[in-house]
Design a protein around this ligand. Structure first.
Ligand code: NAP
Length: 279
């Protein structure tokens, strides 16, 4: 599994990680087996959020006894991101995850509490050893500019944003902003949540062609394309060990320049939208 720095100066983590939204909705044993298979295959980055309800206890069970292998990320809801509630929200997450620390803690999307307050709480959590770093999610460039004014350079570990073959809006401005400021870009819903290109579509056929050339699968080709830039990591969610193993193998796949150009043309980036798309 390829590793990438989680922001400038940040620790390395797996280029392909594991999302957990809705992981609590299916069979619990199967979900735990999926996460553990992912970990066995090097997908150390596990993403959760206080919003994901009962995903946390599933993760806690999956990582029991192997916390040090995991790069664990969670998120505070904007409605809890006040100076004091950010701290208590983090402590609740730690308890549910049965751990003493998060590797990164994110503000889930921009909210109405002043960023000064949320950042002050993040820094306090860091000093207390409860989080190792902090970042944001669903931040557009104007939000990032405001955050940078508050926090200063070198503090924001990542921006977790919607990024898949049919939704490449971040390439216009968010990704370049993050690259300029050493902020890791974490691609969420890399399979479009539930909208992966159909095999009989024009784009699906391009993916299939390159998959065959690499003895890989179209989803592996998609993940390799999305993580082609040094700043980008991806966190697909898989509820079965088979899916997790397929996704993990994408961490070793390198596409050629020609293949990247062909995928770029098959799934055009489109014009820059007014606002940053999110799920
Ligand atoms: P996703 O990862 O794009 O897609 C998940 C879907 O793909 C599931 O139906 C899953 O099926 C399927 N799948 C996964 N691997 C597969 C494989 N190898 N072969 C066939 N199907 C496969 O969707 P997502 O869950 O929306 O996004 C990923 C993660 O990003 C989330 O879980 C969450 O951690 C994070 N996220 C963050 C935000 C945010 O606002 N920050 C928003 C959305 C998501 P199975 O479940 O059956 O394996």
């Amino acid at each position: 599994m390829k590793q990438k720095a989680f922001g400038t100066g940040g620790p390395n983590t797996s280029v392909i990680g594991q999302g957990t939204w809705y992981l609590d909705r299916g069979d619990r044993k199967r979900a735990i087996a999926a996460l553990q298979r992912g970990l066995d295959l090097g997908m150390s980055h596990i993403d959760t959020a206080e919003m994901y309800g009962d995903a946390d206890p599933v993760i806690a069970e999956a990582i029991a006894g192997r916390r040090d292998e995991v790069f664990l990320v969670s998120k505070v809801l904007p409605s809890n991101a006040s100076r004091s509630s950010t701290i208590t929200a983090c402590e609740r997450s730690l308890k549910r995850l049965n751990t003493d620390r998060l590797d990164c803690y994110l503000l889930h999307w921009p909210g109405s509490y002043p960023l000064e307050d949320t950042v002050a709480s993040f820094e306090e959590l860091k000093r207390a050893g409860k989080i190792r770093s902090w970042g944001v999610s669903n931040f557009d460039v104007d939000d990032l500019d405001e955050l940078l004014d508050v926090a200063g350079e070198g503090k924001i570990a990542c921006n977790q944003v919607l990024y898949h073959l049919k939704e490449r809006a971040i390439e216009h401005a968010v990704m370049p902003w993050c690259e300029r400021h050493g902020v890791a870009v974490v691609a969420y819903s890399p399979f479009g949540h539930d909208d992966f290109p159909a095999p009989d579509s024009a784009g699906g056929k391009v993916l299939q062609r390159f998959a065959e050339a690499h003895a890989a699968t179209p989803r592996q080709v998609a993940l390799a394309f999305l993580t082609r830039a040094p700043s980008v990591l991806a966190i697909p969610k898989a509820a079965s060990a088979e899916h997790a193993a397929e996704n993990a193998a994408a961490g070793a796949l390198e596409l050629t320049k020609e293949e990247i150009t062909a995928i770029d043309q098959a799934f055009p980036r489109g014009a820059r939208p007014r606002g940053l798309p999110m799920l």
